[in-house]
Design a protein around this ligand. Structure first.
Ligand SMILES: Nc1ncnc2c1ncn2[C@@H]1O[C@H](COP(=O)(O)OP(=O)(O)OP(=O)(O)O)[C@@H](O)[C@H]1O
Ligand SMILES: O=P(O)(O)OC[C@@]1(O)O[C@H](CO)[C@@H](O)[C@@H]1O
Length: 301
């Protein structure tokens, strides 16, 4: 089973605004609400690709209740623990000529609530995978993912981390199975601009030296670069298409990679699945449908 943890999930309020003007009243031409948060997106795509998955995380207030309902409507098992104070954030994504996002801070999670969530993870074993994805709740320690990764390492559970800054780097010594920085995040980690594939490859190898087993660097329209645990580098270009949305493209890539790896046990094929899932989402108004992903995967693009 692939469990995803979203400590700071959201409702994503997506509004289409033709010409966004700061400091003015903008009128949208279309709006929609989706369940959001990186781990939740990963689970939605996993489930559409036929992989068994459970969502774990927190919910708060009326938005949290709605989020849980939307996740269950997707046919996904959800273990969202209630946070006493505040409400699950609503992240606003304005889609116009460019995408602009305002992500909320989300509710503060008490230590006891965090401990309850950690207890839920005690049942995971060697055949399970745990995906830790997205930002941490307000005021949480930046060792949060490191603590969870250490527990997973001790149980022999595969751990996947898609996060930024210290939340990610502090977890590397616990040998996560997979990390997925995008180019900007990788540049932030190594502290310099990375021009060209060989510079990206060297930076990804540095992440391996720090402990990550597989490093998947997503490169937007340029596809992705994977340095697998045997040290082999694989670069795969992204298929061409009309980009309608990039919210959740990275999450779709993580899910596609995991579903592909589960199905084939082969890193090059997993990378192909990851790219196809990411691009299928980029070519859709929201997260990709099963049919759109299958079409790209089968085309071999
Ligand atoms: N312009 C594009 N054309 C084709 N595919 C794309 C495009 N942008 C993104 N993708 C697909 O989505 C994958 C992940 O994209 P990206 O590198 O933007 O991740 P990210 O920055 O983590 O995304 P997110 O916007 O979800 O944070 C890419 O590797 C690619 O397969
Ligand atoms: O604020 P975070 O946790 O970094 O990211 C949250 C978020 O932007 O990530 C998903 C897309 O990847 C969205 O569903 C969600 O709104």
């Amino acid at each position: 089973m692939i469990y995803t943890v979203t400590l700071n999930p959201s409702l994503d309020y997506i509004v289409d605004v033709e010409n966004l003007t700061v400091g003015a009243i903008n009128r949208s031409t279309k709006e929609a609400i989706y369940p959001g948060g990186k781990g939740i997106n990963v689970s939605i795509i996993l489930s559409r690709l036929g992989a068994e998955t459970t969502v774990i995380g927190f919910k708060a207030g009326f938005t949290g209740e709605n989020l849980e309902h939307l996740v269950q409507k997707e046919g996904i098992k959800a273990q969202l623990l209630s946070v006493e104070k505040g409400f699950t954030r609503i992240n606003v994504k304005v889609r116009g000529k460019e995408e602009t996002a305002i992500n909320g801070a989300g509710p503060e999670v008490a230590e006891k609530e965090l401990a309850d969530l950690t207890t839920r993870l005690e049942g995971l074993g060697k055949d399970d995978t745990l995906v830790l994805s997205g930002s941490a709740p307000k005021k949480a320690a930046d060792t949060l993912y490191a603590d969870l990764a250490a527990r997973m390492e001790a149980r022999g559970t595969r751990c996947v981390i898609d996060a930024t800054g210290m939340l990610l780097t502090k977890a590397l010594p616990y040998h996560p199975f997979l990390v997925k920085p995008n180019l900007e995040e990788l540049e932030e980690i190594v502290g310099k601009k990375l021009d060209g594939l060989s510079a990206i490859e060297i930076a990804a190898q540095q992440m391996q030296q720090l402990g990550a087993r597989n490093v998947l660097v997503s490169l937007g329209g340029e596809g992705a670069l994977l340095i697998d645990e045997k040290g082999h580098a694989h670069h795969h270009r992204a298929p061409k298409g009309k980009v309608l949305n990039t919210v959740g493209a990275g999450d779709s890539m993580v899910a596609g990679f995991l579903a592909g790896y589960e199905k084939t046990g082969d890193y090059a094929k997993a990378l192909h699945w990851g790219i196809c899932a990411g691009s299928a989402t980029a070519f859709t108004m929201h997260l990709a449908s099963q049919a759109a992903m299958k079409e790209l995967i089968e085309k071999g693009e």
